[in-house]
Design a protein around this ligand. Structure first.
Ligand SMILES: *Cc1c(COP(=O)(O)O)cnc(C)c1O
Length: 469
């Protein structure tokens, strides 16, 4: 019986001929490999008796079934995902979405030769980060600036330049770990600096730093505590106090600012994120921050500060190992230019726009999405709207809730909402949301315009996925 079924399985070449036209852009060897995978699956299903009748096998080798398999097997691994979590700077979902200006700059800068490392003033070799240096000085008020691959690299580079083999004083309350295994003590160890921890976890005083200063001290270090807050009986030494101390002992004050914000949010929401300008004004010697968190640009580590330190940092050979690529540079310049007018930045940079989205807009979007879903998938989902809270994400303002509206979905075809969650990882595109009270929620704040029209189809796919399995 099984033998007969095996004989009915078509050959690779027969399948290849029948579907070739649809996959003209793919190398044949790649396509053949995937067809073999498909055929192996059939053989296994026959062997393990999931296919036992000729009729079942025939269904499984229908062209649309094969096409479906091959489309999935050959699509890129790096894919679009619908973010219904309401976390704007979602560390696992690609952090910030770049603005159209940045995307355009990347396309332009990568399809031509450019002045990436060529000075158009002298006709000689130039340095890549000098292309955004002036912008950064203008926006932050700093004397010097450079850009590297990411903020973890920036912290490493700064410490390695200013404190290798010497001591750096840090409060115990700021020895943080953030996602993706970035830990201040570990980065410090990699840089060759010696960590000198002071104070208690909840309270550190100026005198704690002062007592730890000795001839081996190279710098005072401050870290934004990112997605972590100490509340209650708590004292942290302010940057201003630290700068005063640093000035008295002629020591640089280095700050890892984490998210890197250039906008004063206070008027709109009370998001309490320090701005880079403010830290420079308060006298920080060197400040580093990310390009793709609150700033809303590409992944990058931006370093600004006093000229004497920045010049040293630029000369560190590690700088070459951490350098940014041309796509990043193009996107960063385009993003930073928008900040020349903060109102334009708020309008055009998706991260800022989502954070500042008026609640009425969110409510209207939730209503129209719910209406659409009731109409298109109301027979398989119970759809309603509920108030909720979004998050900035990316370690910025973790204690701050952003009021929002959620679309609540109760699937009528499965009991366990976890099944829906898993099914939505298998749709095209996949969709991530929030699970609470045995229901599935989509926060409208982080849904893009182009997501809204395909969510009904995604929800239908999830239904099909569960019905089939
Ligand atoms: C995010 C963050 C970093 C790491 O920045 P990347 O751009 O992810 O390398 C370092 N320090 C703090 C405080 C952060 O929040």
């Amino acid at each position: 019986m099984k033998e007969n079924l095996f004989k009915l399985i078509p050959s690779v070449d027969v399948i290849l001929k029948s579907i070739e036209k649809e996959f003209r852009d793919l190398p044949r060897s790649f396509l053949k490999e995937k067809i073999n995978m498909f055929l192996d699956g059939l053989r296994q299903d026959i062997r393990e008796e999931r296919i036992t009748r000729e009729h079942d096998l025939k269904l499984r080798i229908e062209k649309r079934y094969i096409l479906d398999f091959l489309k999935k097997a050959t699509r890129p691994k790096y894919r679009r995902v619908i973010n219904g979590t309401g976390v704007v700077v979602h560390t696992n979902l690609g952090r910030s979405i770049m603005c159209p200006d940045a995307i355009e700059a990347v396309v332009y800068g990568c399809s031509h030769y450019t002045n990436l490392e060529f000075s158009l003033d002298t006709g000689k070799r130039g340095s890549r980060y000098s292309l955004v240096e002036d912008l950064l000085l203008e926006l932050t008020g700093a004397e010097g600036a450079l850009v590297v691959n990411n903020n973890a690299g920036a912290v490493l580079l700064v410490l390695s330049t200013l404190a290798k083999g010497k001591e750096v004083i840090v409060s115990r309350g700021e020895l943080i770990e953030i996602g993706g295994s970035f830990r201040i003590p570990d980065v410090m160890a990699s840089s060759g600096a010696v960590l000198k921890e002071v104070g208690a976890t909840n309270r550190t005083h100026v005198y704690d730093y002062e007592r730890a200063i000795n001839p081996e001290t190279a710098a005072l270090f401050k870290a934004h505590t990112s997605n972590f807050r100490i509340i209650g009986f708590h004292k942290e030494v302010s940057l201003k106090e630290l700068v005063e101390l640093g000035n008295r002992y002629d020591l640089p004050v280095i700050e890892d600012l984490g998210s890197g914000n250039l906008i004063n949010f206070q008027g709109n929401l009370d998001i309490n994120e320090p701005t880079v300008q403010d830290r420079i004004k308060k006298g920080a010697s060197v400040v580093s921050f990310s390009g793709d968190k609150l700033l809303g640009g590409p992944q990058a580590g931006i370093i600004v500060g006093k000229r004497e330190y920045i010049e040293k940092i630029k000369k560190n050979p590690l700088n070459r190992a951490l350098r940014i690529d041309k796509m990043t540079l193009a996107a960063l310049e385009a993003t930073l230019r928008l900040y020349k007018d903060p109102e334009i930045a708020k309008e055009r940079i998706p991260t800022l726009k989502m954070i500042l989205m008026p609640i009425r807009t969110i409510q209207n979007r939730a209503r129209s999405l719910a209406m659409k879903l009731k109409k298109e998938v109301g027979d398989i989902y119970n759809v309603s709207i509920k108030r909720g809270n979004s998050r900035v994400g990316g370690g910025a303002s973790p204690e701050k809730d952003l009021p929002t509206y959620l679309v609540k979905l109760v699937p009528l075809f499965c009991k366990n909402v976890e099944d829906l969650r898993n099914a939505l990882l298998n749709t095209d595109p996949p969709m991530v949301g929030i699970i609470e009270e045995d229901s599935f929620f989509l926060d409208v704040r982080t849904l893009l315009k182009q997501d809204l029209s395909i969510i009904p189809s995604v929800l239908k796919q999830a239904y099909n996925f569960i019905s089939k399995n």
